[in-house]
Design a protein around this ligand. Structure first.
Ligand SMILES: C[S@@+](CC[C@H](N)C(=O)[O-])C[C@H]1O[C@@H](n2cnc3c(N)ncnc32)[C@H](O)[C@@H]1O
Length: 269
């Protein structure tokens, strides 16, 4: 297990990495929408970006979406197992093992992204701020930093499924069950299991656990604004397209909130 793993039992990624893409296809039904909104946001601001950094890149799925459009693709993740899969899928990209809440790559990027709840793996708001500070140090002038996050509403919804949730994955069944972490409203612990082939009694069940945390959006905005300049936010469940009138702004009731930042003027180089 990577030395960067945050929690006492955050064993999901080492165990599930070989199955992550299959699982993601089955579970993340909104992923094309997220790719499209991300693409549209980038195009609106930077017509021809040359460089992209993906924080918490996992198996590099988002970078792969941009392989024909952006020349230099770099993914950073704390899980060597996820990166092994990413390297096979996208040999032309560069993958770096590291902690997205505190990194220094000694170069800058036109676009930095952190998507699909990756930020919710950072266990306290100081680490979130560390990610914002690190992202701001790595943004080219006029660059764009985009991230999405669970809200307290979306984490609260996940714990209402008392029997958990299940999806068919390949010939097997993938199970998810979340509970609150103690009395905290902004933190959940989710248990996962997968028997890759339900017909094969010999195949071992794979299990893993993830803790996810979020904060009131005002707190997130306050920490981000120390290092970055806000451009817009979106409620991804409402955003059918990018609403320039701001009707789709993220709120604490959004089920997926997305934020867009650029450099603060005084920190631009
Ligand atoms: C839900 S997955 C999202 C992966 C990817 N963004 C995608 O779109 O599929 C979260 C990823 O964040 C990574 N992660 C968790 N904590 C991290 C940290 N402190 N630094 C870097 N990556 C981290 C995990 O290893 C995992 O690959």
């Amino acid at each position: 297990m990577s030395e960067h793993q945050e929690f006492s039992r955050q064993d999901y990624y080492p165990n599930f990495a070989p199955y992550y893409d299959q699982i993601f296809d089955a579970v993340a039904t909104d992923r094309n929408k997220i790719f499209n909104v991300t693409r549209q946001l980038i195009e609106n601001m930077i017509p021809k970006p040359l460089t992209m950094l993906d924080l918490g890149t996992g198996t590099g799925g988002l970078l792969k979406e941009f392989r024909d459009d952006i020349e230099i693709l770099v993914g950073l993740d704390s899980s060597s197992d996820m990166l092994e899969v990413a390297k096979t899928k996208l040999p032309e990209a560069e993958f770096i093992e590291g902690d997205m809440s505190d990194f220094n790559l000694d170069r800058k990027f036109d676009v930095i992204v952190c998507m699909f709840d990756a930020i919710n793996h950072l266990k306290d708001i100081d680490r979130w701020e560390g990610l914002f500070a690190s992202a701001s140090r790595h943004l080219n002038r006029g660059g764009q930093f985009i991230f999405d996050t669970h809200t307290i509403a979306s984490l609260s919804r996940l714990v209402t499924y008392k029997d958990g949730l299940s999806w068919p994955v390949g010939d097997g069944l993938y199970n998810y069950k979340a509970r609150r972490s103690g009395l905290l409203l902004n933190e959940i612990i989710a248990d996962f299991s997968l028997r890759p082939d339900t017909h094969d009694q010999v195949t071992n069940e794979i299990t893993g656990q993830i803790r996810e945390i979020t904060f009131p959006l005002q707190e997130i905005r306050t920490r981000a604004a120390i290092h970055l300049h806000p451009l817009t936010s979106l409620d991804l469940n409402l955003a059918s397209s990018l609403n320039k009138n701001g009707a789709d702004f993220a709120s604490d009731t959004s089920l997926r909130a997305m934020f867009v930042y650029t450099n603060k003027k005084e920190t631009s180089t």
